[in-house]
Design a protein around this ligand. Structure first.
Ligand code: CA
Length: 317
């Protein structure tokens, strides 16, 4: 915590510069100096673990043109309905917005500019471990189990698949450079207490309205809730808005007390997501904003799409 370095966590890789969750974005995050690189994980029909943010393929691939008609009744193309070989034939790329066509972030890497494809967890860990050896700098991994209850209803135990792969790659103890994260509190408890996972665990905290999991975040983010969570996990990944109230009279954010409560419970705090497109009131740049969160609130790490700007905010450049 206070005696260790604030961690720069590359959110979906250096996703401010290259399409999220491509190996290129991960290599660039490593090169820029991130301490940890994030993987969002989803299972394919043949139970392979791939790195993609959504359980749907719609927003970051050409699935609709390559496999027309293979969507479900809700119109979405689910990764779970495709074998890995089919998914690896897709072109992936920069995220599109709600209209399904235009860029979610217009000033970032262009939509539709390949060549990229969706990697497996194995491929990504190999890349990061290879770069660790070649550079002599150990960058950690920060995998997230996406929608575990949904995956189980689909007949696959995603957490077990992931934990087994992490074990195979040498991530076996709490001191290894990995944080395993999930939004679902029941699954986090299962990972720790039923599956016996010894790794550092992070409980993600969202808003009930996001419908991420059957978890009551209103309870979880209270001081009492954080004390309870600390019986299972090592840290919390909280939304920036949980940490600050931006309604201060002069426009400067004011602490909600969340970080203090979490620290009192013995938890590290890694807020998400610091982006140049979302600079808060009272700040003129992302490095300035990140510096404030570290110096004033004492956060222990930051999820960011821009690892270089976070390092600048931390004075590590
Ligand atoms: Ca994530």
């Amino acid at each position: 915590m206070a005696d260790s370095q604030t961690l720069v966590i590359a959110h979906r890789g250096a996703s401010g510069y290259l399409p999220e969750h491509t190996l290129e974005a991960k290599a660039y995050a490593h090169a820029l100096g991130a301490d940890y690189i994030e993987q969002d994980l989803v299972a394919t029909r043949d139970d392979q673990v791939i790195v993609i943010h959504d359980i749907h393929l719609d927003r970051v691939t050409n699935v609709a043109s390559l496999y027309p008609g293979r969507h479900r009744d809700d119109g979405h193309y689910y990764a779970r309905d495709f074998d890995l070989a089919e998914i690896q034939a897709l072109a992936s790329g920069e995220r599109r917005g709600n209209d399904g066509e235009t860029a979610a972030f217009p000033n970032r890497y262009p939509v539709g500019f390949g060549p990229f494809r969706i990697p497996t967890l194995r491929e990504e860990i190999k890349l990061i471990q290879g770069l660790n050896q070649a550079t002599g700098r150990i960058v950690g991994i920060y995998p997230e189990i996406k929608n575990p209850a949904w995956h189980r209803a689909e007949g696959v135990d995603l957490s077990s698949l992931v934990i087994d792969q992490l074990h195979d790659f040498g991530y076996r103890t709490k001191s290894d450079p990995v944080f395993l994260q999930c939004f679902d509190d029941a699954e986090v408890r299962r990972i720790r207490h039923d599956l016996g996972c010894p790794l550092k665990l992070v409980q993600l905290i969202g808003e009930n309205s996001w419908d991420q999991a059957d978890t009551n975040y209103d309870v979880l983010k209270t001081p009492e809730g954080l004390q309870e969570v600390a019986r299972t996990v090592d840290g919390v990944g909280a939304w920036i808005q949980h940490l600050v109230d931006t309604a201060g009279v002069d426009g400067q954010p004011v602490s909600t007390g969340f970080v203090k409560s979490a620290h009192e419970a013995g938890l590290v705090v890694h807020p998400y997501t610091f982006q140049v497109e979302q600079i808060g009131p009272g700040f003129e740049s992302l490095p300035e904003m990140i510096a404030w969160f570290v110096d004033t609130l004492g956060v222990d790490g930051v999820f960011t799409d821009f690892p270089d700007l976070a390092l600048e905010g931390l004075g590590r450049t």
